[in-house]
Ligand binder design. Structure first.
Ligand code: UGA
Ligand code: MN
Length: 248
């Protein structure tokens, strides 16, 4: 089965470095189709060329966060992007598995073989999530998911991180009206609840959820570059002019 890996992304100083790292991770993964969805009104040529360069099967889309959410302090990040990818999957795929892989996480390539044969929904631990440093299903001695461990339970039925689950394309097709809600912090829970799954449907992976194969690393955010220095006469006609184009 093909893994449809959905990556929401948006323009910021760390965007290209984060996508470069993820692309190079995916070079090690067979049968993957990378759906990169930009939160932007236009497709970035730099991202298009990155995607082409690595030769990973991919689809490059755009889907902007609705204007009304952009002003709020807590934003539903990556939701429009992921929902556009769900539409794409529903129109283009018949089998496989969907995984929502944010651009700023660290992925151990062993993770991908864990999720590949997901029947409905599979789940596994994610490191570096909240103050407890971990988000994971709680698995009993019979190998069943009986609870969840997360530093921010927030009354959620499925207190899991976006990087902690995958869904089969078959289920995405069956539940054809299910999208991710525009509710910050509750995107995963809202989406999973609407899929109508029972605890017994959840397939615990990563050796009964005893291994961490993905981390919510986050990249230190950098201030936009100050372009005035390099814009000076002194650098006119030099390589610095060209480099400026790559700097956000
Ligand atoms: C955490 C979760 O890991 C996200 O999956 C979840 O959507 C988010 O919280 C939330 O609850 O809002 P976090 O690391 O805090 O994510 O957020 P980001 O990594 O900044 O954003 C998640 C994804 O959306 C990233 O791939 C990012 O590139 C993208 N994004 C972010 C956009 O496309 N547009 C934005 O304005 C911000
Ligand atoms: Mn993140």
């Amino acid at each position: 089965p093909v893994i449809y890996l959905v990556t929401p992304t948006y323009r910021r100083p760390e965007q290209i470095p984060d996508l470069t790292r993820l692309a190079q991770t995916l070079l090690n993964v067979p049968a993957v189709h990378w759906i990169v969805v930009e939160d932007s009104s236009t497709l970035s040529p730099a991202i298009a060329s990155l995607l082409k360069r690595y030769g990973i099967p991919h689809t490059h889309l755009k889907a902007q966060m609705p204007e009304k959410y952009k002003k709020s302090k807590l934003k539903p990040r990556g939701v429009a992007n992921r929902n556009a990818a769900l539409d794409w999957v529903r129109s283009n795929c018949k089998s496989g598995v969907v995984y929502f892989a944010d651009d700023d996480n660290t992925y151990d390539i062993r993770l991908f073989e864990e999720m590949r044969f997901t029947k409905k929904v599979s789940m596994w631990p994610v490191g570096l999530v909240t103050k407890v440093g971990l988000s994971s299903p709680v698995v009993n001695d019979k190998g069943l998911v009986v609870d969840f461990f997360d530093g921010w339970m927030a009354n959620r039925k499925f207190p899991v991180d976006m990087a902690g689950f995958a869904v089969s394309v078959q289920l995405v097709l069956e539940k054809s009206d299910v999208y991710m809600p525009y509710v910050p912090g509750h995107e995963e829970d809202g989406f999973l609840k609407k899929l109508d799954i029972t605890p017994a449907d959840i397939e615990p992976k990563a050796d009964r959820c005893t291994q961490i194969f993905v981390w919510h690393t986050q990249t230190k955010s950098n201030s936009p570059a100050n372009r005035t220095t390099a814009a000076g006469k002194r650098y006119k006609g030099t390589n610095i002019d060209i480099l400026q184009e790559w700097v956000v």
